[in-house]
Design a protein around this ligand. Structure first.
Ligand code: SF4
Ligand code: SF4
Length: 443
């Protein structure tokens, strides 16, 4: 983010859209390499026409044509289109801008933020003790801190990964503060999904102001969606004085120190799940895992998209289902002890596979903490998934909900828990959080 602020976010997005519309030659190369095209309505349309519809829309045309609309709404963020563009346009950003513009004329997921934030609160409250719950939901008082660890929103559904990451930062002696939860959202939901750009501007500004309250040198981010929104779609929107990196970049920068601290060998054979959309982060994870004594990486299996989950590979569900099936088959065929997951969305996608009894499913942060001689944070989401019985899940989670001050009716939770835990608000569902509903605002 090194250009001067252009003013309002709406103006910035319009300027960026028009710049792309003016530069794109509609050669269609980005469409030809795109892996989601064969799975949607654009499959039989000429590539030039599919991208032409996007370019016309960004340039001011009133409507997106159906094939272009499907392309934009099924983009899983894999980034394969970026290196092939002869005009050095980022087509992934082009589609994010088109999605935001399209949502501003009628969102397919209105009220997404309201539903998502309530779902996240319930899920996190079922997994954390009050001290931990406060740490990820309540913004700390501003002070001078060289590092901010930024969690985003949805990672709070799988909080054990975040607490593992904090254990790693602690082991390295990092001086940091934690910023996260829906009150510090990056703004992608309002801007890109709901099409509420003025709200998105306010939400993004709030998150950046919160970072700047600590006058940090670095903001270490966990969530790949925040990384794409703040670091790619909004690149240049607001000048900031800190570096915005993924947390693995910081860890890899201290790999020698970590090697010294990895005192517990882990003699296991693992298969690693990765995504092509941010291959640099996957390379970091690979370097970190290879520093663990006696750990053997049998294979790294790259999937399409930049992450699993609602804004990543779930946008093209048929492709995702095929690739997930291939990964699980490789884990089984290679006799791996452990399937290693990447982000929170990936972890939530694969933890249920442990029920097959063939291999364990762990996040890379679990292994890093174990190698340090620590105890990884308990993965209650996996425990719930493996219980696979919502009466038992409610019985287990209720004391935590109550301890965290959430009064949720057990029958309501039993009925709606499966949809909440499946993040169905990203598919326009979770009406249980409609305004006026008894549990629309668990507090
Ligand atoms: S990021 Fe991937 S899915 Fe999206 S347009 Fe580019 S190639 Fe297609
Ligand atoms: S590859 Fe680049 S120039 Fe060609 S259609 Fe795609 S965005 Fe436009």
């Amino acid at each position: 983010m090194d250009r001067p602020s252009p003013g309002s976010l709406a103006d910035f997005l319009t300027t960026e859209a028009q710049a792309i519309a003016g530069a794109c030659m509609t050669c269609g190369e980005c469409v030809r390499v795109c892996p989601v095209i064969p799975y949607g309505a654009a499959t039989n349309a000429p590539a030039e026409q599919v991208v032409g519809g996007i370019v016309g829309f960004l340039g001011g045309q009133g409507e997106l044509d159906p094939a272009s609309d499907v392309w934009a709404s099924t983009c899983n963020g894999c980034g394969l289109c970026i290196p092939v563009c002869p005009e050095a346009i980022n087509p992934r950003k082009m589609l994010a801008l088109a999605s935001a513009r399209s949502a501003s004329r009628g969102s397919k997921t209105p009220e997404l933020f309201r539903r998502m934030s309530r779902a996240i609160r319930i899920m996190a409250a079922m997994q954390l003790i009050p001290e931990e719950f406060r740490r990820v939901f309540v913004p700390p008082r501003p002070r001078r801190a060289p590092i901010v660890f930024y969690l985003g929103c949805n990672a709070l559904r799988t909080p054990h990964l975040l607490f593992n990451s904090m254990a790693l930062l602690d082991a390295l002696g990092a001086d940091y503060e934690v910023v996260g939860g829906p009150s510090s959202c990056c703004g992608v939901i309002a801007t890109k999904w709901e099409g509420e750009v003025r709200t998105g501007e306010r939400v993004t500004a709030n998150a950046i102001d919160r970072f700047e309250g600590f006058r940090p040198e670095r903001v270490l981010n966990w969530c790949p969606t925040c990384q794409l929104h703040l670091g790619e779609t909004l690149e240049g929107y607001r000048k900031t004085a800190y570096e915005f990196d993924h947390v693995t970049e910081y860890l890899v920068g201290r790999l020698d120190l970590l090697r010294e601290k990895f005192v517990i060998p882990i003699p296991r054979r693992v298969i690693v799940h990765a995504h092509v959309g941010r291959a640099d982060i996957c390379r970091n994870v690979d370097l970190l895992l290879r520093a663990i004594p006696e750990l053997e990486i049998i294979e790294t299996v790259f999937e399409s998209g930049y992450t699993c989950g609602g804004s990543g590979c779930s946008k093209a569900p048929e492709l995702a289902a095929r690739e997930h099936g291939e990964l699980l088959a490789r884990a089984e065929a290679t006799g791996a002890d452990i399937l290693v997951t990447l982000y929170h969305g990936c972890h939530a996608t694969f933890i249920g596979a442990e029920a097959g009894g063939k291999f364990r499913v762990l996040n890379y942060t679990d292994l890093l903490v174990e190698a340090l001689g620590g105890i990884p944070h308990s993965d209650r989401l996996k425990e719930f998934r493996l219980l696979d019985d919502w009466q038992m899940i409610v019985d287990e989670g209720r004391p935590y909900l109550q301890a965290n001050g959430l009064d949720v009716d057990p029958e309501w939770l039993k009925q709606h828990g499966p949809a909440i835990f499946a993040s169905l608000e990203f598919k326009g569902q979770l009406d249980c959080f409609e305004k006026g509903h008894a549990h629309a605002n668990p507090a």
